[in-house]
Design a protein around this ligand. Structure first.
Ligand code: ADP
Ligand code: MG
Length: 240
């Protein structure tokens, strides 16, 4: 479904992604791991054009994302993103956060958008928070709202950039549970994470990035039991 060929990204003369080639199958869950600064966030951000790739191609189904004529708004509709720091609109209620883009970007009626939003809130276990403002929520609740908000656009792919890294330990599980149930619905997901247990359990494949190179592209069992490279081995020794 997503085909990435020789993806390069530089910021000025800093070469951050160095020719990444991989394919992400429809309905698969791909975890992206690697040291801080290895290019994981940049890799995700290139997929929905939050960053403009310097070189290479990204195709989503039949659409060439890297074609300068590609409709960025359409890509952003199809590719949902969840960030480490939630990025909710603090002055809007939970329900308004979720219905804003469906109403204003997709042109959905308010009634329909609210109906969808409530169904999503029920899925993430937060229906009773519909009329609350984000500052009144815990970190785990905020992140679950952020997931519901991204899903409200009915994306084809969901990108997660360290969705649990800013959470207190006791809230990590509730967010991972929501992500796990989303994975079971067949959503295509690309997840930058340091949660190795989660990656092992839920991911179909793991990409290991190091200094902007895709060093390993393997199943969890392959990567965790016999990494092919010394770099992955050293990294895993530190995090497992
Ligand atoms: P990771 O998510 O793996 O920690 P990033 O993709 O955030 O890594 O960053 C990879 C490298 O790119 C880092 O060296 C970082 O400083 C650099 N970088 C990221 N974004 C920018 C930017 N907007 N301008 C300049 N350098 C950047
Ligand atoms: Mg990052």
């Amino acid at each position: 479904m997503i085909k990435i060929t020789n993806l390069n990204k530089s910021f000025g003369n800093v070469h951050v992604l160095k020719g990444i080639t991989t394919t992400i199958e429809q309905g698969s869950v791909v975890a992206v791991i690697g040291p801080s600064g290895s290019g994981k966030s940049t890799f995700l951000r290139c997929m929905n054009l939050l960053e403009t790739p310097s070189n290479g191609e990204i195709w989503m189904d039949e659409i060439e994302v890297t074609n300068p004529k590609c409709n960025i708004m359409k890509i952003r509709e199809d590719v949902g993103m969840v960030f480490q720091h939630f990025h909710l609109f603090p002055h809007m209620t939970v329900l308004e956060n979720i219905t804003y883009a469906p109403i204003n970007v997709k042109g959905m009626s308010k009634t329909k958008a609210e109906e969808n939003a409530k169904a999503l809130l029920e899925k993430v276990g937060l229906l009773e928070k519909a009329n609350v403002y984000p500052p009144k929520l815990s970190g785990g609740q905020k992140q679950r709202v952020a997931i519901a908000r991204a899903l409200a656009m009915e994306p084809k792919v969901m990108l997660f950039d360290e969705p649990t890294s800013a959470l207190d330990p006791e809230m990590v599980k509730e967010v991972l549970e929501v992500m796990k149930s989303l994975a079971h619905t067949g959503m295509t997901m690309v997840i930058v994470t340091h949660e190795m247990g989660f990656a092992k359990e839920v991911a179909d494949r793991i990409l290991f990035l190091d200094e902007g190179n895709l060093v390993e592209d393997a199943t969890p069992i392959e990567l965790f039991t016999k990494p092919k490279t010394n770099r992955a081995k050293l990294f895993l020794e530190k995090v497992l």
